[in-house]
Structures are given as structure tokens and as C-alpha cells.
Design a protein around this ligand. Structure first.
Ligand code: FAD
Ligand code: SF4
Length: 508
């Protein structure tokens, strides 16, 4: 009897554990485009198109490699429109009684598979460099989980940028040399984008017809949808963009949506590229003396450090993590996240490029839209659903820890020891948005005051009990307490008035 080998949309890797466990002479690969996955949050049209196009291309590659692939297209009449439904249908069709799967990166799907009435084996997803068991062993008995220590273990384990058992250059972390504001530069290289071929065009037409109401522009579409394209994108990044990666990592500029970021997260999360091959390519540029150590180390830290760390947290915490709300935040997500006009130039830029490109870089996600959600006390469940919907690289295992833990501190500090809360001064230092803004970043209260300034103090004041004793935040409470009482009262009153305008749906 054949067995069904399930390949999900983010499992497009030739070396996937489920494929390795199967036998092309006997088993059948099942892949399915289903409405349930396209609509459980209103995914950005570019994201849906990228997944569908990449799945179709991968199915062809598997067929060329000798696999029998049963592929359900979204508009196939018999499509049951859910993953469990398609497994049951294909089992009946082929006589298969068993399913081999690789663990999904979404607890909703993990549970859905468990409910399928077939003999199911779920294998670990060993495309990650750190297994769930290894992460759990590292976390065991630690009072605090800190990314920096995890990262050092990962450097030792992978041998990346190591000299014996010491880090290359004598330090683990070169961020002191990174994170500068960026200047205008007409010669800054852009990421490689790809013209859709006929097959991708067909997917774009399908998405246009089936998901007309989803937030986001479908075109121009330029994401990599094959391994070959993803490798070219990596090559282009390593050769042209990487040298500035570190320096510009935290910068924001009007009209520069990509700056010197790799834009590789989508291809990486689909499975078209492997984390180690990306890092080896980046390390090779540094070894050849073509990029500064801080650029290579900073990049490798994001991939073998942060990316593996958030995945470890997601796996360790289990499904309950997505419901956490340690700060009791309950405000509804305001229309500005869906592109409503706003005087806030930084929010308009981050949300606008999200609508147009399904992409914003880390600091926009963390320090603009994330910081706003934290300070304004937006409901974590609504914020999560937004991030999961709008970014081309968003999958629960990586989106949830970044939103719940990093941006919103809704996990009570499991992922980060203090909230990433900041006033307008941070955004002003790292960007050129404030110059063209309808608010004034230098104004702390009263007419025209930057909302981030008002909301920052309102947030600290609101959560005094929780944060005043945090050693990394005590200083800010001392600053607040030294301010004139009348000034403090006016700031809080202005913040309340501003938030009630937000709640009434007025343009802010
Ligand atoms: P680069 O800046 O070029 O970084 C290189 C790579 O490092 C990325 O491709 C990514 O794979 C990895 N990386 C960097 N930071 C992180 C991080 N914090 N967590 C995990 N991997 C990281 N990343 C996602 O892949 N999917 C998400 O849904 C997602 N949601 C986020 C939500 C919030 C609120 C925040 C603050 C961050 C989120 N991130 C997410 C992390 C990060 O912002 C993106 O990985 C990055 O912006 C992708 O663009 P890039 O490939 O150009 O990254
Ligand atoms: Fe953003 Fe405030 Fe600067 Fe305007 S003034 S761009 S709202 S930080």
C-alpha cells in the first residue's frame, strides 16, 4: 500500500524529513492549496500568491525527481478546501492508510493533523539548526532565557565565524559598530526581484479573483518562488547588499523600503533556502575580506541566533503562548493599521509599504507598528492576526514570539527582559520620518505633540507596578518622577484625549 507524504506550503525543501522517510517507488506526495489556509487570517495577496506559485513549482520539481504528486489546486471542483479533508480524500483515492508528515509550524495545523483518522507519523522539522529537544535542554533550569547566550552556543555548534573555541575578532557581538542612521544614497543596491512567468501570472489572476477584499496590493509581484531564484537572490545579497547590512540594520528612510536588508526571510521560511547555506555564504564574504566583520556577524546572529531562538520559544511554550496578554491590553486594532490616513509619518510609511510590498524590515515592525501597539495597549490577539496576515514571511512559529514576546511584552518577559518601548526620540534618531510629519517630535505635550511621546509616558505610568523595579527601566521612572507634577498631569491628559480620538475612529 502507498503512504501519503504530506508537504505543506512552507515545507518546500528537497531534504524535508517527510520526503526522506518516503519511497518514490511506493509512496504518493500530497500537496494542497486550500481556502482554510488562505483565509484563517486575511493574508496579503502577495503572500498567498507567493505560497501558491512556490508550491506549484515545487510540485513540478518533485515530479521531475520521480515522485508521484497528487496536487490539489484551489479551484479544483473536488477540493475539500482543508488539509485534513484533502488527506482523507487522497487516502480514499489511493488506498493509503498511513500519512508521513513533517511537524507544521502552526499549532492550529498540528492539532488538525492529530484529528485525521489515518495512521499518522509526524517527524521533527530538522531544517532548523536547533532541535526542539536541544532547545528545551538549553532552557532547562535557566531562570531567564536570553538570546545572546543561546546564540553563543549556536556559534560553537555551527562553527560559524569561530577561531577554535573563540569568536572571530575576539567578541561575540559587534553591534556597537552597527545600527547607524542611514543617509540618502542613490547608489544603494536594491534586492533582486523576479518578473512573473506565465505560471506565476496565472496564480496572480487566481488570487485577484478569489481574495479581492484582502488588504494589500498584489502587483508588482517580485518574490522568489523557486530554489533557483532564491539562490540568485542570496548571491545578489551577499555580493552587493551585505557590506552595508550591519550599519543600516536599524535605520529607516522615507521611500527606501528595503534599505540594506536581505529580504530572504520569505524564501527561508518557505524552505527554498536553508539557514546554514545562507550563513556559510555570508561567512565566505567576510573570510574573503569583502565585508566588515560587524556586517557578517550581525547577519549570522539574526539567522542562527534570533530565528532559531524564537522557534525554540514557540515550540517550548506550546499553543497557549498565542493567548498570553500579561499587560492586559484590550484596545481594538485601529484603522490606521489597515491604511487609514494618518498624520504620523512613521506609521504611514511602515503601513504603506506593508500594503504595497507585504514587507517591512525589523525596526519598522518592532519600533514603529509594534511600539505603537505596545504603548497604545492594543489587544495582542488582534495585533498577532494583523502581523500574521500582512507579511510575506509570516508563519506562526516566527510571527507569534516576535509579536507576543518581543513587540508587545505580552509573555511577561519570557523572550525579552524589558519591553521595547520608546518615545518619538528613538524614531527621530533612526529615521528621517519626523521631518515630514504632521506632529512635532520635539513637542512633549499640547498641540502637535508626537503621539509616541505622549503614549510612552502613559505606558510607563500605567505599568509602574510591573516595571519600576526592573533594573533596566528604573532610570526612566526616575526621569518621570523628577518632572513637574503639572507637566506629568498634562501629558497623561493629552495621552488620554489622543487615545479616545483613536477609539472614536477619528483620523489621527
Ligand atoms: P534581514 O534584516 O535581512 O535579516 C536576516 C534574516 O534574519 C531574516 O531573513 C530572518 O530570517 C532572520 N531574522 C532577523 N530577525 C529575526 C527575528 N526577530 N526573528 C526571526 N528571524 C529573524 N520574521 C519572519 O520571518 N516572519 C514573521 O512573521 C516575522 N514577524 C515579525 C513581527 C515583529 C513584530 C517583529 C519585531 C519581527 C518579526 N520578524 C518576522 C522578524 C524580522 O522582522 C524579519 O525576519 C525580517 O524583517 C525579514 O526581513 P529580511 O529577510 O530582509 O531580514
Ligand atoms: Fe512618528 Fe512622532 Fe516622528 Fe511623527 S513626530 S514621524 S509620529 S515619531
Amino acid at each position: 500500500k502507498p503512504r501519503l507524504i504530506l508537504v505543506l506550503g512552507d515545507q518546500l525543501s528537497e531534504g524535508l524529513s517527510a520526503l526522506r522517510a518516503g519511497d518514490p517507488a511506493r509512496d504518493v506526495v500530497v500537496m494542497a492549496e486550500v481556502m482554510a489556509e488562505g483565509t484563517h487570517v486575511p493574508h496579503h495577496p502577495q503572500k498567498i500568491a507567493m505560497f501558491l506559485a512556490a508550491m506549484r513549482k515545487f510540485a513540478e520539481a518533485l515530479a521531475r525527481a520521480g515522485w508521484r504528486v497528487l496536487y490539489s489546486r484551489l479551484d479544483d471542483a473536488q477540493n475539500s478546501q482543508s488539509i485534513p479533508g484533502e488527506l482523507i480524500r487522497r487516502a480514499a483515492e489511493t488506498g493509503a492508510g498511513a500519512v508521513i508528515a513533517t511537524q507544521p509550524g502552526d499549532w492550529r495545523l498540528v492539532r488538525a493533523l492529530e484529528g485525521v483518522p489515518l495512521d499518522l507519523s509526524v517527524l521533527p522539522d530538522d531544517r532548523f539548526l536547533c532541535s526542539q529537544e536541544a532547545f528545551a535542554a538549553w532552557a532547562e533550569g535557566r531562570r531567564e532565557l536570553r538570546m545572546e547566550y543561546f546564540y553563543r552556543e549556536m556559534r560553537r555548534k555551527t562553527g560559524l565565524m569561530m577561531e577554535g573555541d573563540q569568536p572571530a575578532g575576539g567578541r561575540w557581538n559587534f553591534d556597537a559598530e552597527n545600527r547607524k542612521p542611514a543617509g540618502r544614497d542613490l547608489l544603494r543596491p536594491s534586492p533582486l526581484r523576479f518578473e512573473p512567468d506565465g505560471e506565476v501570472e496565472a496564480v496572480l489572476a487566481l488570487v485577484e479573483a478569489r481574495f479581492p477584499a484582502h488588504f494589500g496590493r498584489l502587483k508588482p509581484f517580485g518574490w522568489a518562488v523557486t530554489r533557483d531564484q532564491a539562490l540568485r537572490q542570496l548571491e545578489h545579497f551577499a555580493a552587493h547588499v551585505l557590506p552595508r547590512f550591519g550599519a543600516e540594520q536599524d535605520a529607516m528612510l522615507e521611500g527606501e523600503p528595503w534599505l540594506s536588508h536581505s529580504t530572504l526571510s520569505a524564501a527561508l521560511n518557505l524552505g527554498l533556502l536553508a539557514p546554514m547555506e545562507i550563513c556559510l555564504r555570508v561567512e565566505a564574504e567576510w573570510k574573503a575580506g569583502r565585508v566588515p566583520i560587524e556586517a557578517a556577524e550581525g547577519f549570522i546572529r539574526q539567522v542562527i541566533g534570533w530565528r532559531e531562538y524564537v522557534r525554540g520559544i514557540w515550540a517550548l511554550a506550546g499553543p497557549g503562548y498565542m493567548d498570553l496578554n500579561a499587560l492586559g491590553a484590550a484596545r481594538k486594532l485601529p484603522p490606521v493599521y489597515w491604511g487609514a490616513p494618518t498624520r504620523m509619518a512613521c506609521m504611514a510609511a511602515a503601513v504603506g509599504q506593508t500594503r504595497d510590498l507585504a514587507y517591512a524590515h525589523h525596526i519598522q515592525r518592532l519600533m514603529v507598528t509594534g511600539n505603537f501597539a505596545l504603548l497604545a495597549g492594543l489587544d495582542p490577539a488582534e495585533v498577532q492576526a494583523w502581523y500574521l496576515a500582512v507579511y510575506v514571511d509570516a508563519l506562526e512559529w516566527v510571527e507569534a514570539p516576535n509579536v507576543v514576546g518581543m513587540a508587545l511584552h505580552a509573555d511577561g518577559g519570557r523572550l525579552a527582559s524589558k519591553p521595547y518601548a520608546a518615545s518619538g526620540a528613538y524614531i527621530d534618531r533612526m529615521s528621517d520620518h519626523c521631518r515630514g510629519c504632521g506632529y512635532d517630535v520635539k513637542v512633549k505635550r499640547g498641540a502637535g505633540a508626537c503621539p509616541f511621546n505622549l503614549l510612552y509616558w502613559d505606558f510607563l505610568n500605567r505599568h509602574r507596578e510591573r516595571f519600576a523595579r526592573n533594573p533596566r527601566m528604573g532610570q526612566m521612572y526616575r526621569v518621570w518622577d523628577r518632572m513637574d507634577e503639572g507637566h506629568r498631569a498634562a501629558v497623561l491628559a493629552d495621552a488620554a484625549a489622543w487615545l479616545s480620538r483613536l477609539d472614536r475612529g477619528e483620523a489621527v
